[in-house]
Structures are given as structure tokens and as C-alpha cells.
Design a protein around this ligand. Structure first.
Ligand code: CXF
Ligand code: ZN
Length: 338
């Protein structure tokens, strides 16, 4: 379908692709947190109509083993469909410039553009009463953080959680955990204004890792011995090492951060065995966007999930300023407005 884009968040993956941290072919039209209004649909579209307000998310095939078990983030065709820059069906280009092929189809949307072409699979219809301009980040970064806490770790009332990194993904994990009744949630983050926002969003306490030479000890003291779950959004091996060690017996660490290319897990296997703990990488918060995006939107309307507090709007023309503000850490989640 053809979508007129009204807003698009900038996610760390856009930046990682631009800098070559992530293996995406250049040049490419990035942008994968688009929201907009459907202008036209193809023959095979059944559940979306022109005029619908939509959030765009990641694409999946709907047919592989994982898609069939409602785990579209682990679609066997995820990379061709979302990262390759060309049509998954035949590798052809969807965009040209002066007759030359340009990569696009990024997350089956390439929403740093006034128009996007998406499939029904990655297009989620939302209620028209929602603020459409800022809804796009629910399609990736916010879904990734909140889904990790709610779906992957399945946090329950009474559970405790430590979140390493208080950016858009980490603070979304905090909001998700609080929305489902987590007890104690600790956020480890060097930026003072992000720590303050974490407290406003319901964190039990925060730690500044720059002011603490032993974060593990500080966290043990604050938590009374450890936590049931941890989430790492930093991808930094020395941080992951602390996250592994703070887990109580039977604990689980969710890994969300993009690591350096050569990094290996910094885990002591005997220590893991002794506590029966685990660690796993989580893609897109284990979410089925068709179910989870409306769920987060409902929480937002009920006042339980104030994701708008993470967002700062920029005009589309100011995309470079928006990206730089996020790299500097001045803005948590920039959203481009068209
Ligand atoms: C990405 C993170 C890296 C693996 C593929 C999915 N998520 C979105 O930005
Ligand atoms: Zn993303």
C-alpha cells in the first residue's frame, strides 16, 4: 500500500546502518519508524483501507516456522525483507535516482520520505484519536524495549529488573515493566536528565556508572542482593558482564544492544551454572506488531505508558540536526515531522 508519511522516528539502527556498524548496502533510503495515512491499496490488501491511520513496523513472511508460531521478529526471511535494501522477492530496486538504482525497502518502508510503500504484514492500523505524528516509534525502538520486558522476560507483578542504558529502548523497557506491575526497577545510565526521567517514569532508583567504580556492588546494595531480570541496551561487553552477575538464581538477561562486531559474551560459565541463569538476544521485543502496537497505544491512552515523554519533534528538513542531537545524547527519541 501507499502511505503518506506524517512522522518518522530515528532509531539507533538507522545510525548503525549509516556508519557501517550494520551491514547495509549504501546508498539507501533509511527510516523504519514511520506513521502515516494510507492513500492507496493493492488488490491483495484486505484489512486496511485508504484513509486509515497506520504505524509501520518490520516485515515478515507469514509462512516460515517462526511466523506460523506468531514469532514474526524471528522470520527466517527477516534480513532480506528488512535490511537488504532491495525487493526480497527478486533483489530488484524499488527506487532510482538519475537512472541509477538506490537501495530502499528498509524495514519494508524507508520512511525518511514523504511517501512509503509497505505491505499489509508490517502495517498496523491504529485508532484515529491517537497523535499520529508521534506514533511511529512504537513500530521499532519502543516496541523493542517494552516488548523485551513484557513478552520476552514476561515480567510479572513482584519481579525486579535492572536496565542498563536509559535511552529510548531502556526507558521503554522501564515503562513496559511498570505497565505490567514490576516491583523494583533500577536504571543504570550516565546521563543525569535521563536518570531523572527514569525516576519520573517509575524507576525505584538509578545509578550513574561514571560516579560509581563498582556498579555491581552498588546494584547489589540497592536491590538487596540481586534482581530477577536484567536488560542490556548498551552492547558494551563490560556492562553485559555486570548484568550477568546481578541476576538472582533462575534469572534471565535480555540482550538488546548492538555490540562491537568482534565482541563475545563476557560470562563466567560456572557462575551461570551456579545460579541457573541465562542470556538471550531479543529482536523487536518478541512482538507481533499487529497485537503489541495497539496494546501499547491502549496503555498510552490509559496514562500507563507515557512514551511521548521520550520524544522531541524535528521538521523533516532538519533530519541531520535530529540525528546529531540523538548521537550527542541531547534527545532521546527524535521524530521527524512531514
Ligand atoms: C534491529 C536491531 C538489530 C537486529 C535487527 C533488528 N532492530 C531495529 O532497529
Ligand atoms: Zn529500529
Amino acid at each position: 500500500m501507499l502511505i503518506r508519511v506524517v512522522g518518522c522516528g530515528i532509531c539507533h539502527t538507522d545510525e548503525a546502518c549509516r556508519t557501517g556498524e550494520f551491514p547495509t548496502a549504501m546508498p539507501i533510503v533509511l527510516g523504519h519508524e514511520g506513521s502515516g495515512i494510507v492513500e492507496a491499496i493493492g488488490d491483495a490488501v484486505t484489512g486496511v483501507e485508504p484513509g486509515d491511520h497506520v504505524v509501520l513496523s518490520f516485515d515478515s513472511c507469514g509462512e516460515c516456522q517462526n511466523c506460523k508460531q506468531d514469532q514474526p521478529a524471528y522470520c527466517f526471511d527477516f534480513y532480506p525483507r528488512n535490511i537488504s535494501g532491495t525487493r526480497a522477492s527478486d533483489g530488484s530496486a524499488t527506487v532510482t535516482q538519475n537512472g541509477e538504482a538506490i537501495n530502499a525497502v528498509f524495514f519494508c518502508q524507508s520512511s525518511f520520505a514523504t511517501y512509503a510503500v509497505a505491505r499489509e504484514a508490517n502495517t498496523v492500523v491504529i485508532d484515529k484519536s491517537l497523535p499520529l505524528e508521534i506514533m511511529g516509534p512504537l513500530g521499532c525502538g519502543i516496541q523493542t524495549g517494552a516488548g523485551a520486558a513484557v513478552n520476552s522476560l514476561a515480567i510479572k507483578p513482584g519481579d525486579s529488573l535492572a536496565i542498563f542504558g536509559g535511552g529510548a529502548v531502556g526507558l521503554s523497557a522501564l515503562m513496559g515493566a511498570k505497565a505490567v506491575g514490576a516491583d523494583k526497577v533500577f536504571v543504570i545510565e550516565p546521563n543525569a536528565s535521563r536518570r531523572a526521567l527514569a525516576m519520573e517514569l517509575g524507576a525505584t532508583d538509578t545509578i550513574d556508572p561514571m560516579a560509581n567504580d563498582n556498579v555491581l556492588e552498588a546494584l547489589q546494595t540497592l536491590s538487596g542482593g540481586g534482581v530477577n531480570y536484567a536488560i542490556d541496551t548498551t552492547g558494551i561487553p563490560s556492562v553485559v558482564a555486570v548484568a550477568m552477575e546481578i541476576l538472582l538464581p533462575k534469572g534471565m538477561l535480555g540482550l538488546l544492544g548492538v555490540p562491537p562486531a568482534e565482541a563475545t559474551l563476557p560470562a563466567n560459565m560456572m557462575s551461570m551454572l551456579g545460579r541457573g541463569v541465562g542470556a538471550k538476544y531479543i529482536i523487536e521485543g518478541d512482538a507481533d506488531p499487529q497485537e503489541f502496537i495497539p496494546r501499547m497505544a491502549n496503555w498510552y491512552q490509559e496514562g500507563k505508558f507515557p512514551f511521548d515523554k521520550l520524544i522531541q519533534k524535528f521538521a523533516f528538513e532538519d533530519i541531520n540536526e535530529a540525528a546529531n542531537a540523538s548521537i550527542r545524547g541531547d534527545v532521546i527519541k527524535p521524530v521527524l515531522i512531514f
